[in-house]
Design a protein around this ligand. Sequence first.
Ligand code: NAI
Length: 247
Amino acid sequence: MAELDGKVIIITGGASGIGKQAALQLSAKGASLVIADYNLDGANAVAAELEAAGGKAAAFKVDVSKGEEVKALVDFAVEKFGTLNGIFNNAGIGLVKPFLEMDPESYHRVIDVDQHSVYYGMYYGAKKMVELGATGTIVNTASIYGTAAAMGSFNYNAAKAAVVMMSKSGALELAEYGIRVVGVAPGFINTPILGNDEAMKSALGAQHMRGQLIQPEKVASVVTFLFSDGASAINGQTIPVDDGFLS
Ligand code: NAI
């Protein structure tokens, strides 16, 4: 029997990058997954890939910045697989602008997608788990930029710093229900969110101790560990996966 057999986990942003790699690794450990993303075609493709490999997966279109859609996602997971044991609140965007051009729309969009989405996932996910009497784990994707300031990233810095604290605060509140809340803080990961400017990507990778971008599989393997029993004594913490950036 695989380690996560019978466990039902939602992955937001599961169509691409870190979320997709986490889906592949969690599925290989036996978890049943809902691949939730704004990009439904991408989510369908990941779910099909998992099923073709013998896993259990379903796709769901969601805009994580909208609470009612995240609530519907949680309901869908339970309808589809019968319970809920975890949610990986991972979907996110960047919108880089100098502070003096950080108009309210640019600020709020990133706060809505990167921060409020995590609240929605934690709130509706945990409520459902408690209602079902199910235990499990919530993993939130923060960033090194939840700790370190970056030029042009006032909105993203604010959102990801909030995510770090939400994992701590949520862990404190939900421990009595058998729900752990933890986070990952990726460094510069080689995914589509970084765009296509190869010179800029090399410059980002050069800031790591090993001088190169990190592959999304490396974040996914930490996320997969955090969902496992081996991580049962890790709670409230956000684990850097940054090749020494924050050291
Ligand atoms: P990605 O762009 O490959 O994946 C992000 C996924 O989120 C995409 O599939 C996209 O369709 C989905 N998404 C975006 N907005 C959404 C919305 N409103 N509703 C539902 N889905 C939505 O990027 P990556 O790198 O895999 O990003 C995953 C997380 O990792 C994000 O939270 C990001 O901020 C974080 N992160 C990424 C880093 C990097 O260097 N790639 C560094 C630190 C954190």
